[in-house]
Design a protein. Structure first.
Length: 598
């Protein structure tokens, strides 16, 4: 009989005692202990069992569970007599930063302080044991009462290790789960530089200069740049997704998934399961599955997005939405099954995500997506250079939904697309301004009209996202060469009866343009001056059946114009089949469904 699937359970003891579905990962304990590294930083995507593993390590080693060996008696670790003797013999500190998601630095530090306060509250017996000096008791009370300054909290974990060593006569194992969550949120809300000062001090005191630490494990999604966070921490062993260590300790292997499907009578679904949920690569293991997706599938027995719809995708969403045109073009290629060449860097420098250096910025974005599990290594190009692609079908759906969510919740979205297809610029302006008013924020579109680079990226990405619903009628491309330059967006019809469309975006520059009307005329003039329609004409499109729209933006204000060439009416109707390409004298080729060739 199949075990019960407990979705989201992260308490190791409860899972074992209730005979919940569990894949035995206790060999990690043996492997980690025998490697004997002082401080181990393990990066894995979210929902890959990091928290459950940390709880398992605590339950195995902690002196609080000295009588808990029976919990492991049926698991792999208990086969080794050496480890049976080791169980329950070392004091363990286990904390998580996973819940620290604040929109300002003051609140983030306050939450970290509270995590430490709650940790101290777990050890009332130590304060009252008589092993602490009077000054140490006062310090203990000051932490518990949350009365001491930040400087005192910076050394609080190190000091607690000292108290535990005095009490138990053993050095301490430190477990810190999701160390990078507050740092990612700090980047999103713009207080990274402020928070990093406090966190760097805390980490150096805890993991670098701590004489009471036996060894430590940190887990997270990303390895934050050593220069910004782990400066001087020479005893840090980083285990990223490209490392061979612990390659099968997080996530399910093919063998483990096959066994699980057999247990639940779902063997015939194995190929579909592989298509939907396989593809993660750790070290040389290329057959890793996300545990969250698999356990939910075992429970629901339906193929759908489980992992991709959990947690907060704010950072990846933000990076695509405000990324360069090249990033958006690459996303188009990835969604079509293509790859992106990237030089892999095991650490994430958040400063480079906003870098003016486009190459460094783009590589940092793709490295973050790889570390987060959204991309996988498809092939090796050279030293530290790889081709990456979207991990699996589930992640592909996530990216598609993410783009659609930028505009779908806004009332009037479908009407804008209809107006575009009707060549009704009046309605296009009406609906686009309504969308802008209800969707754009000052943060998205720039605080000042003169802030050109970031707003243009945002507007380009926003309108490109709105084009998703046209994918069944048009081939949508962005920032490609045509004529004497690169257009912003081009819509090339897949079937007869539809016009081609060229879109160009401009953000108003007050020093150069009196109003949005001048800005939109400048956008239309650029389409003509750069001859963006050249590639379409070369494919046989008639000039009069190529629409050209200029979009002018200023904060939440939008102006759209089609110029003097947009007076041809009715060609959008799919009922009235008018030729959109000139005759070439060649015998027409019958197009396959979905083809752009006629």
């Amino acid at each position: 009989m199949a075990r019960t699937v407990a979705i989201g359970r992260q308490n190791f003891e409860t899972m074992i005692m209730r005979n919940n579905f569990y894949v035995d990962k206790t060999n990690f304990i043996k492997e980690w202990w025998e490697y004997d590294d002082d401080v181990t930083l393990i990066t894995r995507p979210r929902r890959f069992g990091k928290t459950l593993t940390m709880n398992m390590v605590e339950r195995f080693f902690s002196v609080k569970y000295a009588e808990g060996g029976e919990l492991f008696s049926s698991l792999n670790i208990w086969k080794d007599e050496q480890f049976r003797k080791l169980q329950g013999t070392i004091p363990v500190i286990n904390i998580t930063f996973g819940g620290i998601k604040c929109n300002n630095c003051e609140s983030a530090i306050a939450r970290i302080r509270q995590v430490i306060v709650d940790l101290y509250l777990r050890y009332p017996e130590i304060k009252n044991s008589g092993v602490l000096q009077e000054a140490e008791v006062r310090y203990f009370d000051g932490i518990v009462g949350n009365l001491l300054p930040d400087e005192s909290f910076i050394t609080s974990l190190c000091n607690l290790c000292g108290f535990l060593q005095s009490y138990y006569k053993e050095k301490v194992i430190i477990l810190l789960d999701e160390f990078d969550t507050p740092l990612q949120v700090a980047y999103l809300y713009g207080y990274w530089d402020e928070l990093i000062l406090f966190v760097r001090g805390l980490f150096e005191a805890t993991f670098k200069t701590n004489p009471f630490m036996h060894r430590a494990i940190l887990t997270g999604i990303t390895r934050v740049s050593k220069e910004s966070l782990f400066s001087g921490l020479n005893n840090l062993k980083v285990v990223s997704i490209t490392s061979e260590k612990y390659a099968d300790s997080f996530g399910f292997t093919q063998e483990e998934v096959s066994a699980a499907l057999k247990e639940f009578g779902l063997e015939e679904k194995e190929e579909e399961v592989r298509f939907w949920y396989d593809g993660f690569t750790f070290g040389k293991r290329t057959d890793i599955y996300n545990p969250w997706s698999i356990t939910n599938f075992l429970d629901e027995k339906k193929f759908q997005c489980y992992w991709a719809n959990t947690s907060d995708n704010a950072l990846v969403n933000d990076l695509i939405r405000k990324g360069s045109k090249k990033i958006k073009i690459t996303m188009e290629e990835l969604l079509k099954g293509g790859t992106v060449p990237v030089k892999i860097n095991d650490h994430i420098s958040f400063s480079l995500l906003n870098s003016d250096n486009a190459v460094k910025n783009e590589d940092s974005v793709w490295n973050l997506f790889l570390a987060s599990g959204y991309l996988k290594i498809e092939s090796e190009k050279g030293r530290n250079e790889y081709n990456l692609k979207i991990t699996n079908e589930e992640v592909k759906f996530m990216f598609q939904d993410m783009i659609e969510e930028w505009v779908v919740p806004v009332e009037g979205y479908n009407e804008f697309i209809k107006a575009l297809l009707r060549d009704d610029t009046k309605e296009m302006n009406l609906y686009m301004n309504d969308i802008a008013l209800n969707t754009f924020s000052t943060f998205d579109s720039g605080k000042k009209p003169s802030e050109k680079v970031e707003p243009e990226k945002f507007y380009h990405g926003f309108v490109l996202g709105m084009m998703v619903d046209l994918a069944d009628r048009y081939t949508i491309t962005s920032n490609r060469e045509s004529g004497y330059g690169r257009y912003d967006i081009m819509l090339k019809p897949i079937e007869d009866g539809l016009p081609a469309v060229i879109l160009e975006f401009k953000v108003r520059q007050p020093e150069d343009e009196e109003n949005l009307e001048e800005t939109v005329r400048s956008a239309l003039k650029q389409i003509e001056d750069k001859n963006y329609s050249a590639s379409l004409i070369a494919e046989g499109f008639l000039e009069e059946n190529i629409r050209k729209y200029g979009f002018a933006f200023e904060g939440k204000k939008v102006r759209i114009d089609g110029g003097d060439l947009q007076k041809v009416k009715g060609i959008i109707s799919k009922v009235v089949k008018k030729p959109v390409r000139k005759k070439t004298g060649k015998k027409p080729v019958t197009a396959k469904k979905g083809s752009t060739r006629k």
